[in-house]
Design a protein around this ligand. Structure first.
Ligand SMILES: [Zn+2]
Ligand SMILES: [Zn+2]
Length: 135
């Protein structure tokens, strides 16, 4: 090996390990104090976003003002672990007779963001409903 190269290799070995790169969201926040809307994927200042109080948790709403407007009358589904709105559902009644009522928040114990292996999450309110129904 060229001695210059072996010298270089020695220097490189003494360098501290490279830090894990930040993910896109943290990067955005770190440099621009912007938050990416989960719905339209556009970036907005943090003040544009809401905290919603479900009565059980205070959850960070990751939808921007515009998206919240167009999602008016839907049901925010809040991940209790992330303390964030993970999705919104149109109000409806499912085959079990459980009803998602407009503008009411529902909770899940975990979501695909915090639980990678998660298959499907049933909302806590529905779990209780099923328990009551079949007891
Ligand atoms: Zn948006
Ligand atoms: Zn979660």
């Amino acid at each position: 090996m060229d001695p210059r190269i072996s010298k270089l290799v020695d220097i490189m070995k003494t360098l501290p390990g490279v830090e894990e790169p930040m993910d896109a969201d943290s990067n955005l926040w770190h440099h621009y104090r912007l938050v990416r809307c989960k719905c339209c994927k556009k970036d907005f200042p943090a003040e544009e976003f809401n905290i919603i109080n479900t009565g059980y948790v205070k959850a960070y709403d990751q939808a921007c003002k515009e998206c919240r407007k167009s999602a008016k009358d839907t049901c925010p589904i809040v991940c209790v672990r992330c303390k964030a709105v993970m999705l919104r559902l149109e109000p409806y009644k499912d085959e079990d007779g459980f009803e998602f009522i407009r503008n009411r928040a529902y909770h899940v114990d975990a979501c695909p963001d915090c639980e990678k292996e998660l298959g499907s999450a049933m909302v806590v309110e529905k779990k209780i409903f099923i328990k009551e129904k079949y007891k």
